[in-house]
Design a protein around this ligand. Sequence first.
Ligand code: IFM
Length: 428
Amino acid sequence: MRTSEQTFPADFTFGVATSAYQVEGGIENDWAEWERAGRLKEPHARCGRAVDHWNRYEEDYRLATAVGATAFRISLEWARIEPERGRFDEAALEGYRERLLKMKACGLTPVVTLHHFTHPTWFHRETPWHQAESVEVFRRYSRRCAALLEGLDARVITFNEPMVLLLGGYLQGAIPPGIADGALTMKALENLVRAHVVARRELGERLGRVQTGISQNMLAFAPDRWWNPLDRALVRLGGQAYNHAFHEALSTGKLRVNMPGVATTRVDLPEARDSVEFVGVNYYSRAHLRFVPRPPFIEFKYRDTQGRGLTDIGWEDWPEGFLQTLRDVKRYGKPVWITENGIDDRAGTRRPQYLHTHLGQVLAARAEGVDVQGYLYWSLLDNFEWLEGWGPRFGLYHVDFDTLERKPTPACDYFRQVATGKRLVAPL
Ligand code: IFM
């Protein structure tokens, strides 16, 4: 790589990402119910106090600035803000505002997600995503969020990983609301697109032009058997549906999913056309797809093709797919933000190398003309990892889950060096 390609522009943003339920603690929502129903891999695991970020936020802002971050991604917890349908909790709204003001005062630009997987407990019972009313309910919530963001100059992500929510919650039934129905999945998908549009409108009305987008979990896909036409068809159709259907709807106003026997839809939503200011990419890994002759017809595997060793959560370490993913989103013609990228590395020894190889791909994409403007590492802290509970460790800072003490991992130094020098250097 030439020297010029190892340098990030001076205005490139390095930051860190978190989400409310995974770090704040003390939240009662659909996931807390899911846990009590014993639906996690470890049935007795509970998120509970998480890592107490709700109380320790000032310390956590200091930890972020100590690694050279100038942006901090959080999410607002809908269940805190609207614990009962139509009743908004002013103290919670004020609490978030106070935290965001402090964040700014620390020199951190807020990146605020309105919806990161979780819902108030009433939501699935009263206005689930497959019902049209969900859109209006989300619009009202977004209106309150817009008011809370006044004057903060935040970048806003309406939805985090909507396809993960739909795949897990509506197609496989593995996460809340636990539905397994292809037709309802497509209805919910359509309503999530509409909900993004109305939320963006509310933000715009209150705040003027806001940088608004979504964070899309994007996987590199490969056929499990390179020679098998059905595996290859799955890669083509599945990749299009999983990685691009949502982005494409927000770009062209056309929502298209074509997974015969699983889920299909073809709806025109002209109001969604050109409805983001940036494209948010969450990239972690590559998956191999194999056709199986019975529903759901897809087997999904992570393979260690390069002998690098799977990450501790069992995902392939595949930085090459990051470049391909970034090339693929160039077609949307918008600035790109990496809203998540990171590794579950429980010993904390592999993370600097992971950062090095993945940031190298960001530079390679920039050299090819992909307008990547920011990189947010997932995550600042070890935290609660959904169905996996407390096993995984994605944090730049290691958290002792008993004492809640935060300690730097070796990646902190490395991240700081790159973020402050704006230069990709090799880890020691
Ligand atoms: O922890 C999650 C996050 O909530 C969404 N993106 C992927 C991360 C790691 O699995």
